[in-house]
Design a binder for this molecule. Structure first.
Ligand SMILES: C[S@@+](CC[C@H](N)C(=O)[O-])C[C@H]1O[C@@H](n2cnc3c(N)ncnc32)[C@H](O)[C@@H]1O
Length: 256
């Protein structure tokens, strides 16, 4: 394990932006809630809030681009079997330790049956997939009629590139080089693509709460860059905001 004193995002970038091998290099970071993937923990909690308790026994939730399974603890007690699909084996191994059934595969060609899922989640995935439309088609194909799609992603705007990449990747909440802004997803195109595949997607902008995030950053600075465990309940919350221009959530039900 890393000792926590080094800033992962300060390491020289050896891989191209969005290269999935970065997730292997960062494997020790996934489950450090105050580590370089901190914001993924905050987003997972907000995504899970969109998922209702399972309506039937054996309900299946397919988590596309599940990473190390950060969604899993937030779904505890909701009654789903949680299957995670990801390209990165080192992340899937950790997801399995958190109760996720791992499937090593590509979100654009998922080796699961049509209509198998009660819920499909795609958290912080689409902005990493060169052909995000195919991933959306796959997400919708997996859903049974009446099934729910929940996702969050980054919008294809200048403001998003500024905040998520130019600023965000200089903060300790986002690894540097993890995004390729050319892959960011226009929210209107996403809504249209989901509609083409039978899902009427609603979207809303979200952002980390300012006070909680500033307090979190201050704790990081005071600890000399050495991450300290955030006291329970004090992790920054992801909140709805009026603009979808940067980060947004989407949710919608598959038509019958
Ligand atoms: C930013 S992480 C998000 C992980 C997780 N959803 C979360 O929110 O904690 C993106 C994940 O997507 C995976 N990924 C990227 N492209 C993929 C693809 N085409 N198919 C499956 N997984 C992919 C990466 O390996 C990584 O685990």
């Amino acid at each position: 394990m890393r000792d926590g004193s080094s800033r992962v995002s300060d390491r020289p970038r050896l891989l191209p932006p969005n290269d999935p091998r970065q997730y292997d290099d960062l494997a020790d970071e996934w489950w450090r809630p105050d580590g370089t993937f901190a914001m993924l923990h905050w987003l997972a909690r907000a995504r899970a809030a969109l998922v209702p308790p399972a309506a039937r026994p054996d309900a299946l939730l397919v988590d596309l681009g599940c990473g190390a399974g950060l969604l899993a603890p937030h779904l505890a007690g909701r009654g789903y079997r949680h299957v995670g699909v990801d390209l990165t084996r080192s992340a899937l191994a950790q997801a399995a330790q958190h109760g996720v059934t791992p499937v090593n595969g590509d979100a654009t060609a998922v080796p699961l049956a049509d209509g198998c899922a009660d819920v499909v989640a795609a958290g912080e995935l689409l902005e990493h997939v060169p052909d995000w439309r195919r991933a959306v088609a796959e997400a919708c194909r997996l859903l049974r009629p009446g099934g729910l799609l929940v996702l969050d992603t980054l919008n294809d705007t200048a403001l998003s590139r500024l905040i998520a990449v130019e600023i965000g990747e200089r903060l300790p909440t986002v690894p540097r080089g993890i995004h390729d802004p050319r892959l960011f997803v226009d929210h209107r195109e996403l809504v249209a693509e989901c509609a083409r595949h039978g899902v009427d997607l609603r979207v809303r902008g979200v952002r980390p709460g300012l006070v909680g995030t500033l307090a979190w950053l201050l704790r990081r600075i005071r600890s000399g860059g050495r991450p300290q465990p955030t006291p329970a309940g004090r992790a920054p919350r992801i909140r709805p905001t009026w603009s979808t221009a940067v980060l947004y959530q989407g949710w919608g039900v598959r038509r019958g």
